[in-house]
Structure formats: C-alpha cells, structure tokens
Write a protein that binds this ligand. Structure first.
Ligand code: GLA
Length: 798
C-alpha cells in the first residue's frame, strides 16, 4: 500500500515501511526505511531538524537553514551543496553539470511499472500463475528548476516478499541533447552507519565468496568492469547491523536486474549518514539523450529484514521465484542431467555419447547434455565459434539422428552454445572480421582465443538468432546451455561513431534482445545461463533463463563456499550443481562421492563425470543418489533454504517444504577433529507441535578410507592396497551408521539432536559416524503426526 498525505509518501509492504517527505521547495527527504510502522497523521518526529546552517557547508537558495549535505535525500543532484557522491551526472543543455530536480507530481497505481515493456530491459514481472500478491507502483516526477528535463523516481512494492524495486527514467523534453555520464537506479540515505557490508566476490572457479567489511568513514565500491555482472563482484550486496545473525537482527539487501557493468557504492558521511547506491557502472559510460528521448535505468531491488540474514535471503528467494523467473518455469521441476564436458572435454564421438547415455539411463539420469565441440571444426578452444553448423563427422550424422538415438534410450537431449562469441579461426570471422569487438588500429586483447561479437549491431543480432534457431528447430533439443566465456575488452563498435560511451550498455541490451527473441521462439526449451561458470549470475539472466551454472568449480569443499555465498541472494532453483570426478579438475582435491552429492543436491543436480568408467560400487552409489534426489526434488529445488551454521569447520544447511512438514539437513565437516566432542544438530522452520521422524540418508563409505585399519571393518583379512582390497573396493562399500529419532519440532529446533559419536581412533563399530576430512551426512526430517503417531501418545527419542 502507498499513501500520500500531508506531503508524505508512506509505502508499506508486509513487514516494512518506507517514508518520503516532499519538503518545501520540492526537495525529497527520506524519512525512514525499516520495520513496518503504522500510518499516522503526523510524522514530525522523523523530520531532520534544521535550525541553522552547518559551518562552511552550503544552504539551499530558498531556506538558509537547510543544508542538503546533512539530509537523508531520496536522490541527490550535482552542484546543490550535497558533497556526498551523487547518483546522477548529467550534462544539461547549457553544457553545465549542475542540475536541480524538484518534486513536480506523482502517480500511484496497482501493478508493476506501466512502461516496463518500453524499457527494452528485463524487469520483475507481476503476478504469475502460482503467486498472488499486492503490487503497487509509485512514480514521482521531478523537474529541473531551469530546463524541461524530467526525472522519474519509480518504486514498485512487492508486498508479500517485502521488496521495493527502484529505478529512474530521464526524459529530455528540451530541444537540445543532454549527456548522461552516471545515473543510479537506486539511492538510499540512512541516518545511521553502524553496519557491516557483505559482498560476494571472486574470480573464475571461486565465485561469490562472502566478504565482510565493518564500515568506517569513506566510500566503498562493489562493481564490475568486465562487460558482465562478473565473477569478481556480484551485484547483490547487503548491510547488516553489527549484532545481526542468520536468525535475528536487521539487514538491508540490494540487487540489480542487470548483467552488464554494475556499480554499488556505500558512503559513510562525516555527518554520520549512510548512502547506498546501485546502478549502471559510470565506467566508460556516456549516453547522449536526444531531444524528446527517454532513458530507463535497470530496475534495482531493495529489501529490509528484521529477521536476520536468513530472513533477508527468504525475501530475495521468494521474489526471484515469483517475479524474476518466467512463470512458465516457476515450480517446474528440472531434470537430473549428465553433461559430457568434464567426462570427455572435446574428445568425444557418437559412440562415446551413446555409451554415456546408456549408462546414464541405467542410473536414473534423465537428460544428456552435449557440451562444447559439436560444431564447425572445433576440437579444442581455438576455432569455430560463430559457425553453428553440426560436425556430422564427430556426431556420426545429423543432430536429429543423434537426438533420436538418445531419446530412444529414454533420455532427453540438451546442447551447449556460446552465441555471443566468434573465433578468429572461423568462417564467420573470414566473412565478417568487423563483427568482432575490438578497437580500430590497436592490437586486440584476446580471451580464450576468441572475440566477442558486436551485439550493438542489429545484423549481428539477427545472425545469431537465425543460426541458433536453425540448429534448434532441426532436432529434438529440450535444454540449452547458453555460455559466454570471456570478458569484454577493447570496447568499441564501428556502428557507434562518436558515441562509444554507449557501447557497454548497448551490448547488454543487444544480449537481452537476442535472448528475448530466442527464448520466446522456443518456449519449451529449458535454458541454462553460463559464463565460464558463474561469471554472469544475476537477476537479469534469470529473467530469461531460470537456472545458472553456478561455477566451473565442482570441488565439494569449494562449492560449500560458492553455493553458500550465492544463497544469500538467490534461491536453490537457480543454482546448478554437478558431481564430477576426483581428484577434482579445478583443485586436485579428492572428496568422497557421497559428499560431492550431499553438497550438489542443494540445487539443480547433474553429473559431469565419465560414468562409463565407474566401478560397480560407484554405480550403486550414484543410482541411490539419483533416486533420493528425485524423491526430494521439489524440496531441493523449491523448498525454503536456510543457512543454519557456518564456521571454520562446519557447514549446516537446511531446506524445508512450504508446509513445514518435511526437511533435509546437510551436516558438512571440512576436517576431522581428533578425539572430537559431540555434534548437536539444531534445525529451523519446523512446526513446534508436529512430531517428526529423523533418519540418516543411507550412505556408502569406501573401505579405502580405513587405510591399513581396513581389517577393523572387513570380515576377511586384507592387505592394504593389495589386490583383494582393490577388487573389494570396486564392488563393495561400507554402509554408514543408522540414526533414527522421533521428536517434536520444538525439540529439534530448540534443543537439537546429539548425533552419533564420530570415529575417534579406538576401533570401529556400526554405531560410530565415520567422517574424516570433507565428509558429510544428510538427515531427512518428515512429519509423522498424521501417520504413526495418530494416537496422540508421546514420542520416544532415540
Ligand atoms: C565454460 C563452461 C564449462 C564448459 C566450457 C566449454 O568454461 O563454464 O562448463 O561448458 O565452457 O568450453
């Protein structure tokens, strides 16, 4: 709900309030953002009190007591005496950078922003098939005090998820062009600064690791300049109060529906105020707005929670699932797939693919994805990007013949593409060398032997759509992995002439246009976004493609950091997670097959391993994993995810069903502790009065783990590393301990389960939990109130 009374806007979501005051002279003061407060006749208590100017700061022309430098403003303008960093740098018709936008009018209406489709940008959708909630939009128009240039501050409330989206439209109604060199989608000034800033940073194979900084005076920037949202700094950030935990305390999160260069700045001013901004990165940005034209920023997303970090994540998760993911894909279960990349890299042929498919089918896997190397003459990463013609020699015939064979085996088929790229060694490059992004007359910087295609040009976009569509319409392809493997450099388009400052933004708009056209033409295909792993993990990609390849790093230990970091802003259904071989190809670390699964199942599961080379024992393990995942698939993909604990040695995650009657909990241990104490497993989000049964997922433990203690677990004498052990290893694995409890939800949440004792070096028996380094268990929690315990009698624990 949004009201406007006595010059005050009061926007309320389910649990939050946002208040803006239109001050005399049309200045917009932010009065409050936080836990919901009631609608009241007067909010004088929240007004900034101006009794005199401050020392040598400047005051407004109409009020000598008012210093904008110390006001919580809704948006700030260069040249007006507010010396904090400005969200807008605009060269006005007189070429000056000063401007002064003041309140002119406003509009409040139901639903999302009316001009959404005209923005040519992805945006949060309104109500889908599954979700109904109150959505309201406020459009405040500001007008420059001199020129007919207008600025719209647009707010959309997604009430149930406690999300307020923000963005800006600039309308040039003057007769002269104006130049935008910075325009933030969101600016939020807060009256306090005791926050910790959380950012999600990394590089290739180490994306979105959480980093925390306690704020002191000055400016903090989180941004990307790679042309994509990047693996370096994700556009999702949040601020938490110092005492905030996963379950309690206040935090504010910000994200941007944008895949290009983004920019988030946090400024602690000397007056003790905090400014948050988010928008397109001003780096190499200069946009000429012709007379009569408008510019729309990307939509930014803001959320406040007083229920800790998990509370904030839950707001973000429900918003993404309900308003970012296309409704046709919302709640639609995703298949368990096998991808041939790490199994074969470029070295595959038809018979190899068919053998993988046959074994995959036996293990319960549902789809085969053919990764890089199926087109042109590509047998390594030096050629053929852009030549989207099937390599029939390698595939043993046409793509439709191959997909026919795969389908006949009972598997769906998926295909990898990298549409935005061109190899120097390709027919396309021979024909159109100027389609590659590079600066004229300069030696080009190259990434993975390839160039980026100039998607600012319509003929390039048309080529991608046509060549891509031809492949997709010729065969039964039900999934596409849309990759993008290099950062942009040498930003330049011959189509842009003197307006090269528009390159990056026009490039990403070009990507959106192509994605829009292709996904609309193939609505039945499940698209997965990828960019050298998770280099473009952002809300805009999710508007087109419901899932993203989280990282090229499939090492289970590393994945706990990556998936946990990602989970702060994005739900499990968006993260794809694969089980690969050991030693892991990115870290050379070995983790057990069960641990690789236990971490990967928190997301959309797949395998990326040469299953034709697995032992019988490994195949038994994998079929059990796939069956378990399928049984709990909707929980893993659409349940409510919470981080329960994450310290130096343990990671505990949980996913709970919407009705709170079912949950799965991961207990992960990074390294074995000698002579350990007991581990207590406390969970969240259950119904206190419900009776639950807790069981351990049956896991298999390799007897190799026991080294020369193998005879403690083997019924027959074995020599370590001897022939018998190696034969036994291939066919036999030890079953993990069994734990089973019945308990009320309150016990499980407040007291917790003391788990079975860990192996501690004094012999083995079946009641011990054999863990070790990089080890884990899954606990399944299921309500039995309606079944076994109908009598209402007490439950026995143990
Ligand atoms: C990227 C992807 C990988 C794989 C390769 C193929 O690195 O992230 O999963 O598809 O490209 O070249």
């Amino acid at each position: 709900m949004i009201t406007y009374e006595n010059q005050i806007f009061h926007a309320q979501t389910a649990n939050t309030s946002y208040l803006i005051r239109v001050q005399e002279g049309g200045y917009l003061e932010n009065l409050y953002y936080g836990s919901k407060i009631r609608q009241a006749g007067s909010y004088d208590a929240l007004f900034e009190k101006n009794a005199t100017g401050y020392g040598n700061t400047n005051v407004t022309p109409s009020d000598a007591k008012r210093t904008l430098d110390n006001l919580c403003l809704e948006y700030s303008f260069a040249g007006t005496g507010d010396y904090r960093h400005a969200p807008l740098l605009l060269q006005m018709p007189d070429f000056g950078f000063s401007n002064d936008f003041r309140y002119d009018s406003h509009d409040i209406y139901d639903g999302t922003y009316r001009e959404n489709t005209g923005t040519e940008m992805p945006y949060a959708k309104g109500n889908g098939e599954f979700y109904r909630e109150e959505i309201t939009t406020l459009d405040i128009t500001l007008k420059d005090s001199v020129y007919p240039v207008f600025l719209h501050l647009i707010y959309t409330l997604f009430t149930k998820s406690d999300i307020i989206s923000r963005r800006v439209k600039i309308e040039n109604r003057s007769d002269e062009p104006i130049v935008i060199s910075k325009v933030m989608s969101l600016m939020l000034d807060l009256p306090d600064t005791d926050y910790i800033l959380h950012t999600f940073d990394g590089l290739w194979v180490k994306e979105r690791h959480e980093n925390k900084k306690s704020l002191v005076s000055g400016l903090y920037v989180n941004d990307s300049t790679t042309g994509s949202s990047s693996n370096r700094h994700n556009p999702f950030i949040f601020l938490s109060k110092a005492n905030c935990t996963e379950e309690q305390g206040e935090c504010i999160g910000v994200n941007l529906i944008y895949s290009g260069n983004h920019y988030e700045a946090i400024e602690v001013s000397e007056h003790g105020k905090l400014r948050i901004m988010s928008g397109i990165n001003p780096f190499m940005f200069a946009w000429t707005l012709a007379a009569g034209d408008s510019f729309y920023t990307p939509e930014a997303v803001l959320s406040y929670s007083s229920s800790g970090q998990n509370g904030l994540s839950h707001n973000m998760h429900s918003f993404v699932s309900e308003h970012i993911i296309t409704p046709a894909r919302a709640k639609k279960e995703r298949p368990v797939l096998i991808n041939n990349w790490e199994a074969t890299y470029f070295d595959f042929n038809e018979s190899k693919l068919i053998s993988i498919a046959k074994d995959a089918k036996e293990l319960g896997i549902e789809m085969l994805v053919l990764d890089d190397g199926w087109f042109g003459s590509r047998s390594d990463d030096t050629s053929s990007l852009g030549d989207w013609t099937v390599n029939e020699k390698k595939l043993g015939g046409s793509l439709s013949k191959l997909t026919g064979r795969i389908n006949k085996l009972g598997l769906k088929f998926g295909l990898w593409f990298e549409p935005e790229m061109i190899s120097e060694k390709s027919r396309l490059f021979e024909q159109h060398p100027d389609w590659a992004v590079r600066s004229p007359n300069r030696a080009a910087y190259i990434g993975r032997n390839q160039f980026v295609l100039d998607l600012t040009r319509s003929e390039v976009r048309d080529y991608i759509v046509t060549s891509f569509s031809e492949v997709l319409s010729g065969a039964s392809v039900e999934y596409v992995k849309w990759d993008m493997n290099r950062h942009l450099s040498d930003a330049y388009s011959i189509g842009l002439g003197t307006r090269q400052g528009e390159f990056y933004h026009r490039y990403i708009k070009g990507v959106y246009e192509v994605m829009d056209r292709i996904t609309a033409a193939f609505p039945k295909i499940l698209f997965e976004s990828c960019s050298a792993g998770g280099n473009r993990f952002d809300l805009a990609m999710l508007c087109y493609m419901p899932q993203i390849w989280t990282s090229d790093n499939t090492d289970a230990n590393e994945r706990t950091y990556i998936q946990e970091g990602t989970s702060f802003g994005y739900p499990l259904s968006t993260m794809t997670s694969h089980i690969s071989a050991v030693p892991n190809h990115q870290t050379l670390r070995s983790t057990s097959l069960e641990t690789r699964f236990n971490v990967a199942c928190f997301g959309v599961l797949g395998y990326e391993i040469d299953i034709t080379k697995l032992t019988k024992a490994e195949k038994t393990v994998i079929s059990a994993q796939v069956a378990f995942y399928k049984e709990h698939r909707s929980l893993f993909q659409f349940g409510t995810f919470s981080r329960i604990e994450s310290d130096n040695n343990h990671v505990i995650w949980q996913v709970v069903s919407e009705d709170q009657k079912e949950a799965v909990v991961l207990f992960y241990q990074r390294s074995a502790v000698p002579n350990p104490g007991s581990d207590v497993l406390k969970v969240k989000g259950l119904l206190p009065d419900e009776v639950y049964e807790v069981t351990t997922r049956k896991q298999f433990i390799s007897i190799k783990q026991f080294g020369n203690l193998v005879n403690q677990v083997s019924p027959v004498p074995i020599t370590e590393e001897g022939v018998i052990q190696s034969v036994i290893n291939k066919v036999y694995m030890l079953e993990s301990e069994k734990e089973e409890y019945q308990a009320y939800g309150d016990l499980l949440m407040h007291a917790g389960i003391k788990l079975a004792q860990q192996f501690c070096g004094t012999g083995y028996n079946e009641s011990l939990r054999v863990m070790g380094d990089y080890s884990s268990r899954l606990y399944v929690i299921k309500s039995i109130s309606d079944h076994e315990n109908k009598s209402g009698e007490g439950v026995s624990n143990g």
